[in-house]
Write a new protein. Structure first.
Length: 279
C-alpha cells in the first residue's frame, strides 16, 4: 500500500518535468519564430525600399539617357560651329589686317595732330594681331575702338601742347584742333599764331587769328563756354589715292570711310561744312 503513493508521486514529478521541458522548448521555438519573423519583416521592408529605389533609378536613368542624347547633339553642333568659326577666323583675320592698314593710311593722310599718339595706337594694333594670348574678338574690339576714337576726333575740338619747328627751331606751342577741318597753333607767349594748310601741306602764319585761337583754346580747355570760332579752314580740293591704299580696301565690304577718292572728297567737304557750323 505504501509503494503506490510513491509511484504516483514519481509519475507526477516526471510529468511535470516533461511539461517543463516542453514549455521551455516551446518558449525557445517561439523565440526563434519571433526572431525569424523580425528578420523576415526587415528583409521585406528592405526589399520594398530596394524595389522603390530601383523604380526611381529606372526613371532617373531614362531621363539621364535623354540628357546624354541631348548633350551629344549639342556637342556635335558645337563641333560644327567650331569648324565654322575656324573658317570665319581664316577670312576675318585678313580683314582686320586690312582694317589696320586702312587706319594707318588714314592717319598718315590726315591733318598732323597727335601724330605720336595716333601712330603708336596703330602700331599697338599691329602688335596685338601677333599675340597668341589675345582672342580674335578682343583684337576686333580694340580695332573698332581705335576707329571710334578717330571718328570722335572729327566731332569735337581739342587742345594740347607740343613741339613745332618754327624758323628752323623747335618751339613749344599750344595746338588747337577743330574737328578735322582746322588745325592751328599758338606759341606760349601768344606772339605767333598759324595754321596747317592742307593744300600746301605746310604750316602758315595767321596773325589775324590770334584772339580767335586764344578763345578756341579756352573753349577746348573748358575755361570758356562754347562759342563761334572764326578760324581758317583749308581742305584739299582733290586727293590722289595711293595704290597701297586701294589694295588695303580692295573689297567694298572691307572699305572704311574715305577709302576711295570720291568718298574722301565728299567726306572732307561734309566735314568742312560741319566744322563751319560747329565753329
Amino acid at each position: 500500500m505504501s509503494s503506490q503513493p510513491l509511484l504516483a508521486q514519481e509519475t507526477v514529478d516526471r510529468s511535470q518535468a516533461v511539461q517543463e521541458t516542453i514549455d521551455q522548448a516551446g518558449r525557445q521555438t517561439q523565440g526563434r519564430i519571433d526572431t525569424l519573423s523580425d528578420k523576415a519583416r526587415t528583409m521585406l521592408d528592405e526589399y520594398r525600399r530596394a524595389k522603390d529605389q530601383a523604380a526611381s533609378l529606372a526613371v532617373y536613368n531614362e531621363q539621364l539617357a535623354k540628357q546624354v542624347d541631348s548633350q551629344t547633339e549639342e556637342l556635335d553642333s558645337i563641333n560644327r560651329q567650331l569648324s565654322s568659326i575656324d573658317q570665319t577666323k581664316r577670312s576675318f583675320v585678313p580683314f582686320m589686317v586690312r582694317a589696320i592698314d586702312t587706319l594707318d593710311m588714314f592717319v598718315k593722310r590726315d591733318i598732323p595732330f597727335l601724330d605720336t599718339e595716333r601712330t603708336q595706337r596703330v602700331a599697338g594694333l599691329r602688335d596685338l594681331m601677333g599675340r597668341a594670348d589675345v582672342t580674335t574678338a578682343e583684337q576686333f574690339r580694340q580695332i573698332m575702338t581705335a576707329y571710334q576714337t578717330e571718328i570722335d576726333y572729327g566731332r569735337n575740338i581739342g587742345t594740347y601742347e607740343g613741339e613745332l619747328a618754327l624758323d628752323g627751331e623747335p618751339r613749344t606751342v599750344q595746338f588747337l584742333r577743330v574737328g578735322r577741318v582746322a588745325l592751328l597753333y599758338q606759341t606760349l607767349d601768344g606772339r605767333e599764331t598759324g595754321y596747317w594748310d592742307a593744300d600746301a601741306g605746310t604750316w602758315k602764319p595767321a596773325p589775324d587769328y590770334r584772339r580767335a585761337v586764344e578763345h578756341g583754346i579756352n573753349v577746348a580747355s573748358e575755361q570758356a563756354p562754347p562759342d563761334l570760332l572764326h578760324v581758317p579752314l583749308s581742305a584739299p580740293q582733290q586727293t590722289r589715292e595711293p595704290a597701297a591704299y586701294k589694295a588695303a580696301a580692295s573689297s567694298p565690304e572691307d572699305a572704311a570711310p574715305g577709302d576711295d577718292t570720291s568718298v574722301d572728297s565728299q567726306t572732307q567737304n561734309t566735314a568742312q561744312e560741319k566744322g563751319q557750323g560747329d565753329a
